[in-house]
Ligand binder design. Sequence first.
Ligand code: DP6
Length: 338
Amino acid sequence: MKTTALAHANIALVKYWGKRDPALNLPATGSISLTLKELFTRTTVEFSADLAQDELILNGERANPRDEQRAGKFLDLIRAQAGIAAFARVASENNFPTGAGLASSASGFAALALAAAHAAGLSLSPDQLSELARRGSGSAARSIFGGFVEMKAGALPDGSDAVAVQLHDETWWPLEMLILITSAAEKEIGSTAGMNRTAQTSPYYPAWVASSVEDLAAMRDAISRRDFQQLGEIAEFSCFKMHGLALSARPAILYWNPLTVELIHAVRGLRQKGIPAYLTIDAGPQIKVICLPEYSEQIRATLEQISGIRKIIKTSPGPGAGIVEEEGERGNGEPEKR
Ligand code: DP6
C-alpha cells in the first residue's frame, strides 16, 4: 500500500552523544527533546515488484548514492520484518529549507519508519516504531512522539528497551524556540562520526555518560513543574557539556563558527538584562534560543540586529508522527484511498 507519513523535527534539551552499541544504534545515554511543529518531513513509500533497487527522491531530486544506501539499509530491516523482497520508491520532502543547516535525519527517519512499515503491511505499536526509527537515526526515535519526549538508553542488548516515551504532549507548555541560521555550509563531520570519535578518544567521555543521569532527572522535573529557569539552565549545561566533550576528542571536533560564538554572548547578554533566554546547539553552527512566548519578539528584535544571521525560524511544540495518506489494495482486493 502506498503510504504517506509526516514527522516533525525535534531538538534535544538533554543531548544524546555516544552509542553503547553502534551496530544496533543504541545510545549510551538517555536524552530529552522537544518536537517542533513548524519543521517537518513528509515521506511517501511504495514497494513495487517493478523496481530493481530502492529509489530515494529527496526534495524532488534523486538523492546521492550515500543517502540512498542509508535509506536502503533501513528498508532492509522493514523487508526482513515484513517478509517481503520488493524494493521501494521513496519520496521525501522537508518543509524547512534544505541547506539551512538543520538536521533532517530525525524527522526524516521517523517519517520513513512510519510510512515504510505501513506500506509493507506491518502494524507496529508506537514503541516498536520508535525502536525502528532509532535504527535509522537515534534522534528519530524521539520524533515518533509529540511534545516533550524522553529517549531511554535502555539496558537490554537487543535494544528493545532503547525507545522514546512521551513525557508530556505538545499542549503541556507553550514554549518557543528561535532557530538562528548562521551558516548553510555542510558540516565538517556528521553526528554519527562525531560521536563515535568522541567516545573512542575523549578522556571525558565516561564522565559525560555518568553525569547524564542527573541531567535527565533535573530536566524531567523542570518540565513537569514548568520551571523555565531550570529547563534553560539544564539545557545549556547539557549543550555546552556536549560541545566541550566534542572539543576534547582527538582530533578535536568544533561545530561553531564566529557568529555562533557572538550569538552565545548575545543570549547571555539578554539574560544579564533580565530577559529569560537560553540556548542550545546541535552538531552544527546554528543557535536555538529557548524562550517563553511573551519574550520571543523582544529576543528576536535584539538578536536580528547582529549581522550575518541568514534566517530566523520561530518554532513551538508540535505533534508526533502520523499517516496522512494511504492508497492501495487491502486484503480483500478493494482499492482504498483515505
Ligand atoms: C547533537 O541522531 O543524528 O543532535 O543516531 O548517529 O544518526 P545517529 O545520530 P543523530 O545525533 C543527534 C545528535 C544531536 C543531539 C540530539 O539530538 O540528542
